[in-house]
Design a protein around this ligand. Structure first.
Ligand SMILES: Cc1cc2nc3c(=O)[nH]c(=O)nc-3n(C[C@H](O)[C@H](O)[C@H](O)COP(=O)(O)OP(=O)(O)OC[C@H]3O[C@@H](n4cnc5c(N)ncnc54)[C@H](O)[C@@H]3O)c2cc1C
Length: 511
């Protein structure tokens, strides 16, 4: 593809009018050919921050994406458990293929769910069916809405972004190298998606937890629902996310094979955003045009990767537990990313042997995750108060006498974090931080706070599937989808997985 890269100042690249003016005066393909903006990325490697803008010729009309719609109210049904990105994109694909999606979601609509999130923050009380992980839009709704992914080999990333724009996301997500939507905008997008699915004749049932699978030989014949109802099914897409521990129990109870999966566990680290801006942009203040800076860190420590995860510039550390006797952290940010803190997961890659010294057990990793979350809850003292420690105090093994301001709203308590984590996690985090201090001295500061644990980085269990049919190898009409099944990590990859799994389920029905 013919393209040109323009290297511009942030003042021009991030100001719509200034950019249009610059391009009018400097037409990239000459005065007689139009152009389209294709990609925008920040280059902060030199002393002066630049923005690289890729432009392509605007030959032919650039038609906006249109989501395929048709009436499917009386069509063959596909049952989808879970209304996260995996389940919702599966529903959209079913409609495009002329099947009727019936989505069963244990949580509430985005609007009703919001009240439960406020309750977690203000009162420290978690509704096990409605929280940061469960409810309409899944874990993706009140997430940060970062949309970059390494899943381009798995499917059409741009199509997912175009669909999001069609449902109301800003079209800059098609341009920016690191697209971001923000927690304030995601719920509206998810609502529009629901309205679309229902307008096409699909169904979405909230407050509908699936409690058991009825199995007849190598098929799921019916689902049992909370309250005792029974729902016969032809095919099931299981898109229940990484936190639905009861679903893993249900699969085991129905003798459906699942296996332990490695994941990463650590803490959320939070710095003043200004410090990260100074570190990344090499300046005292980032000015009016550059977005709050982010970072990505990878460090080897005693043979394992220790890395930053889901970094949220200008963000908030969120209480993401799905039960009352556990602490789980994650992060989000509004579209403007205008909070004074920068937070990120800082996690150690685990191996199956860490959790399963005695042999193979599908629930080994889950138990390790659960023990850490419960220990954190005990040390925090309840009501979602999270254990925390200043960064240098953690590395030097001393209790923090006080804690800096922190965005985690239920509250933090000074605790020695080595009491929360098994030693193989704690020593690697400390060693990695010591190493990082050598190349990023200002990152290593006692003004940074570690809040723990960050323990739901991916699913602790894999629900296997046959690579060619995408169905479970034992159960021909069960299609494990998304992050909970162990085949996606993040909004975009779960969406891609949802669409591809729906196409596989439709193919199964059509044979
Ligand atoms: C705070 C936070 C911030 C995040 N930030 C980002 C980010 O910036 N970018 C990014 O790409 N990813 C982010 N993520 C991760 C992202 O949200 C997930 O990877 C993604 O949502 C996974 O999609 P999924 O559809 O596979 O599962 P989920 O989104 O987890 O959805 C599963 C759904 O299934 C429902 N369910 C579970 N059990 C049952 C049952 N028995 N019956 C009926 N329904 C059930 C749940 O209620 C839930 O709605 C974040 C996650 C969190 C929690």
């Amino acid at each position: 593809m013919e393209q040109k890269e323009l290297v511009l100042s942030p003042e021009v690249a991030f100001d719509e009018a200034a950019l249009a003016d610059y391009l009018a005066k400097n037409p990239p393909f000459g005065p007689h050919r139009g152009h389209r903006l294709y990609r925008r990325s920040i280059d902060a490697r030199g002393r002066t921050v630049k923005v690289r803008v890729l432009v392509v010729p605007a030959e032919g009309p650039d038609l906006p994406y249109e989501q395929p719609a048709q009436q499917v109210g009386t069509a063959e049904e596909v049952h989808i458990i879970g209304a996260g990105p995996g389940g919702l994109w599966a529903a959209l694909a079913c409609i495009a293929e002329g099947k009727k999606p019936v989505v069963l979601e244990r949580g509430k609509s985005v609007r009703d769910r919001r009240r439960d999130l406020v309750r977690i923050t203000r009162e420290g009380l978690v509704d096990p069916d409605s929280n940061y992980c469960f409810g309409e839009g899944g874990a993706g709704t009140y997430s940060d809405g970062k949309l970059y992914t390494r899943a381009s080999k798995r499917g059409d990333v741009r199509k997912v972004l175009q669909q999001l724009v069609w449902f109301g996301a800003p079209d800059t997500i098609l341009l920016d190298a690191h697209p971001h939507v923000g927690t304030n905008k995601l719920p509206g997008i998810i609502e529009k998606m629901r309205e679309f699915i229902i307008s096409c004749g699909g169904e979405i049932h909230f407050g509908t937890r699936v409690t058991a699978f009825e199995r007849t030989n190598n098929r799921i014949s019916a689902l049992q629902l909370q309250g005792g109802a029974r729902m016969p099914v032809q095919t099931v897409l299981l898109a229940t996310g990484h936190s639905a521990r009861d679903v893993f129990e249900m699969l085991a109870a129905a003798h459906i094979y699942i296996e332990a999966k490695p994941l990463a566990i650590g803490v959320r680290v939070e710095h003043p955003q200004q410090l990260i801006d100074q570190l990344q942009y090499h300046c005292d203040a980032r000015g009016d045009y550059l977005p709050p800076a982010s970072y990505s860190i990878v460090q080897q420590a005693q043979g394992r990767g220790v890395y930053s995860f889901c970094m949220c510039p200008g963000g908030i550390i969120a209480p993401c537990a799905t039960g009352n006797e556990e602490i789980v952290t994650n992060g989000w940010s509004p579209s403007k990313r205008n909070n004074p803190f920068a937070n990120s997961g800082f996690v150690v890659e685990l191996q199956l042997a860490d959790a399963l010294p005695g042999g193979i057990d599908a629930f080994g990793m889950l138990r390790l995750q659960q023990q850490i979350e419960r220990r954190a809850w005990e040390l925090g003292g309840g009501l979602q108060i999270a254990p925390a420690q200043r960064m240098l105090d953690f590395v030097k093994g001393r209790l923090s006498t006080d804690l800096p301001d922190c965005s985690y709203r239920p509250g933090v308590k000074s605790v020695e974090l080595n009491q929360v984590f098994p030693r193989f996690i704690e020593v690697r985090m400390a060693e990695a931080l010591r190493e990082i201090s050598k190349r990023m001295p200002s990152y290593y500061t006692n003004d940074a706070i570690l809040v723990g644990p960050e323990s739901r980085t991916s699913s602790p269990v894999r629900i296997p599937r046959d690579p060619s049919s995408r169905a479970h190898p034992q159960i021909e009409n069960l299609f494990p989808v998304g992050e909970g099944a162990g085949y996606a990590g993040g909004i975009v990859s779960a969406a891609i997985d949802g669409e591809l799994s729906a196409l596989a389920a439709v193919k199964y029905l059509n044979v």
